[in-house]
Design a protein around this ligand. Structure first.
Ligand SMILES: [Ca+2]
Length: 191
């Protein structure tokens, strides 16, 4: 039973595990836009490509107006398309978050994963996504019309896989077996 209690206490890592996600540099295409993209659509529909740069993989920081102006020459009526790849060593779940002022969208392997589009103040949106092992593409579309301009990105640096209840089930089963053995082997009184 003692063994069962120990497994119950430490058994959680048996059931669920984590594997790292490796992430490449973001390739950025900067746009000047001439009208508000009312629905999620390529920025080339409403503007022109004016610059290209890169951003570090981990840009989980908030960019302010002057940061964008370096690339766009303007703090308003701008946008970007950011592309990168992630390498997932083990299938599992990971959480993604994109926050923006104004609108943004996150695509994973070309599929819309987070829709944070529209004219609005800074607003983070997140989603937990099932990822197969292998290489996946990430793409962020963002635009800023007027006022404050912000974009942030966060991602779990690991996928979580397995069932966290499996370890507890093993611990529970060992406790039951331990109790049964104790009852069976308990010295009889009165002998
Ligand atoms: Ca704005």
């Amino acid at each position: 039973m003692v063994i069962g209690l120990i497994v119950l206490a430490v058994g959680l890592p048996i059931g669920s595990s984590e594997a790292p996600i490796e992430m490449g540099t973001w390739e950025i295409a900067w746009f000047r836009i001439f009208s508000v993209p009312t629905e999620i659509s390529p920025l080339s529909n409403v503007g022109i490509l004016i610059n290209e740069s890169t951003l570090p993989a981990n840009f989980d920081f908030i960019m302010s107006d002057p940061d964008f102006a370096v690339y766009t020459g303007s703090q308003d009526e701008i946008g970007l398309i950011a592309k990168t790849e992630i390498h997932v060593s083990n299938s599992g779940k990971a959480r993604f978050e994109v926050g923006s002022d104004d609108g943004s969208a996150l695509f994973i392997d070309g599929e819309l994963a987070i829709d944070n589009w529209g004219l609005h103040g800074y607003e983070p949106m997140s989603k937990i996504v099932d990822l197969e092992s292998g290489v996946h593409t990430l793409e962020i579309w963002w635009f800023e019309w007027h006022g404050a301009a912000v974009l942030s990105f966060k991602m779990d640096e690991k996928v979580t896989f397995g069932d966290p209840w499996y370890g507890r089930a093993v611990g529970g089963a060992i406790i039951i077996v331990g109790l049964a053995i104790m009852i069976i082997s308990r010295p009889k009184r009165g002998k």
